[in-house]
Design a protein around this ligand. Structure first.
Ligand SMILES: *Cc1c(COP(=O)(O)O)cnc(C)c1O
Length: 376
């Protein structure tokens, strides 16, 4: 393989040094306490509560279970209202969490700049069956929380944010996890911050805390006391230990990502027919992704051509998010993706380029050269 055929994947998991992790897991070895809300779990929950600036947090085995169990803990659907308004421009998890709760997803279109729920399209989706809104912060872009929550309040709807793309972000200094009734994060290996696999729900109502706890631990409150029916979605001690290590470095990692984002922009900003991620005033971004939306008519090549050109050079970009969740084979014939034309257009034209903290400057330059050469 020649030097410039070096494989570049779309992402690369952040990890502490081997020694740092060994040191962190030594007490687990000594105590034989591997899971079930051990000391690492407690320490990580407290450190994340501080870092995210939230009042209440609970940890889960992954981000999906945080979302799915939060919807369940709220008892959505129990009063006969079973529709949850969400957006289809997201990862499978968001829509699946709704469906797996026996609820009906209703798809609202997105804003063409932020790719998050368009509040101007929200109210027309509300019916007497609507019980909640589940908006997604996409690529680190934060939803119009003010407008969404104003509409939700007016109609008595719960608001749960899928905040999986926005770990560590703030809006005018306020943690993104403080918005709505609840916000859920993912700590999957591919995210800006990881616990190998893991997730968290941040929530306002203290009563939700016990319900979430029951759902993640079989309702068990002692060797002889089972108070509720629940599943198992506990974060184990090894994942919590990874989280403690990675949390020490996350600020540095975000700074490195910011530098990578800047480098990309020096090449790609201002190219006609190429839309980059927006910059939201007052938002401290985490640079989790580097999306580029290609307008074939103006740019001269469509995103599939760019994808192929990069693949030929062993560079992995991703068609993320494509297809829309409303177009999944799992839901064949149930939803019409054309009802959210903006989301459909973005999903057909977007590519996320490689982005991770250790992405090298020369590699970014090479990626950009390949992208630019695609213009005919
Ligand atoms: C990663 C992700 C999830 C799911 O998180 P897991 O930890 O992989 O279960 C949900 N929604 C979005 C938008 C995500 O990016």
């Amino acid at each position: 393989m020649t030097q410039n055929m070096k494989e570049i994947l779309v992402t690369r998991s952040s990890m502490p040094s081997f020694e740092e992790y060994m040191e962190e897991i030594r007490p687990i070895w000594d105590s034989h306490w591997l899971t079930n809300m051990g000391p690492k779990h407690a320490e990580l929950a407290e450190k994340l509560r501080e870092y995210l600036g939230v009042e209440r947090i609970d940890l889960f085995t992954n981000g999906h279970m945080a979302i799915e169990l939060t919807l369940q803990a709220m008892g959505l659907g129990q009063d006969g209202r079973n529709e949850v308004i969400t957006t289809p421009f997201t990862f499978a998890s968001t829509t699946h969490a709704i469906v797996r709760n026996g609820l009906e997803p209703v798809f609202c279109d997105v804003d063409p700049e932020t790719f998050t729920m368009d509040p101007d399209r929200l109210e027309e989706k509300i019916t007497e069956k609507t019980c909640a809104v589940l908006p997604v912060h996409v690529y680190g872009n934060i939803c119009d929380t003010e407008a969404i929550e104003r509409i939700a309040r007016k109609h008595g709807l719960k608001v749960i944010y899928d905040a999986c793309h926005t770990f560590g972000e703030t809006v005018n200094g306020k943690g993104v996890g403080t918005f709505g009734d609840a916000s859920c994060f993912s700590f999957h290996a591919t995210k800006v911050y990881n616990t190998i696999e893991g997730g968290a729900a941040c929530f306002r109502d203290g009563k939700l805390g016990e319900k979430l706890y029951n759902l993640k631990n079989f309702g068990i409150h002692g060797p002889e006391e089972v108070r509720a029916v629940g599943a198992n979605a506990k974060m184990n001690e090894f994942c919590a230990a990874m989280g403690l290590c990675n949390l020490r470095h996350v600020e540095k990692e975000i700074e490195k990502r910011r530098q990578a984002d800047l480098r990309y922009r020096t090449y790609l900003e201002g190219i006609p027919g190429l839309q980059l991620n927006c910059v939201q005033p007052g938002v401290r971004h985490n640079y989790g992704y580097f999306p580029a939306v290609f307008d074939k008519e103006i740019f001269g090549a469509d995103r599939n051509e760019v994808f192929e050109a990069l693949a030929k050079h062993n560079i992995g970009a991703r068609k993320y998010f494509w297809p829309l969740t409303s177009a999944f084979a799992a839901f064949a014939g149930k939803y019409d993706p054309r009802e959210t034309p903006v989301a459909l257009k973005v999903s057909e034209n977007v590519l996320t380029l490689p982005m991770y903290a250790d992405l090298e400057t020369e590699d970014i330059d090479r990626i950009c050269e390949i992208v630019v050469v695609c213009r005919k």
